[in-house]
Design a binder for this molecule. Structure first.
Ligand code: ZN
Ligand code: ZN
Length: 107
């Protein structure tokens, strides 16, 4: 059984290796990347997968036992505070940097 998407554009070149990934919906063009770890054989790899993916096929043992091993990072642009942090807290009033407390400012 082949769980991989046949669309060649869905194979992304990272660190000189071609990494295919299961594709649930062709229309979903938002993707995540990060470190995945296989719960079965403990293999770790860098994955690229559609947003919403929970389980990944392990490239080492081929079992569907791979999990995202840390915070996900959606591919594309992201905001960065002047202090260098990329994580923010969202409240009904404002968005602010969780490292230095400075509010997000569109300017
Ligand atoms: Zn494995
Ligand atoms: Zn900051």
């Amino acid at each position: 059984m082949n769980n991989y998407c046949s669309n060649l554009e869905h194979k992304v070149n990272i660190m000189d290796s071609i990494i295919p990934f299961p594709c649930k919906q062709e229309v979903n063009d938002e993707h995540l990347s990060g470190i995945a770890k296989c719960l079965s054989c403990k293999h770790e790899w860098i994955y690229v997968a559609p947003v919403g993916t929970v389980w990944l096929e392990c490239p080492a043992c081929t079992l569907l036992m791979g999990r995202l091993a840390g915070p996900v990072d959606r591919i594309g642009y992201s905001w960065e505070c002047n202090c260098g942090n990329e994580l923010f807290k969202i409240t009904p009033k404002e968005i602010y940097c969780i490292c230095c407390g400075v509010p997000y400012n569109e300017n």
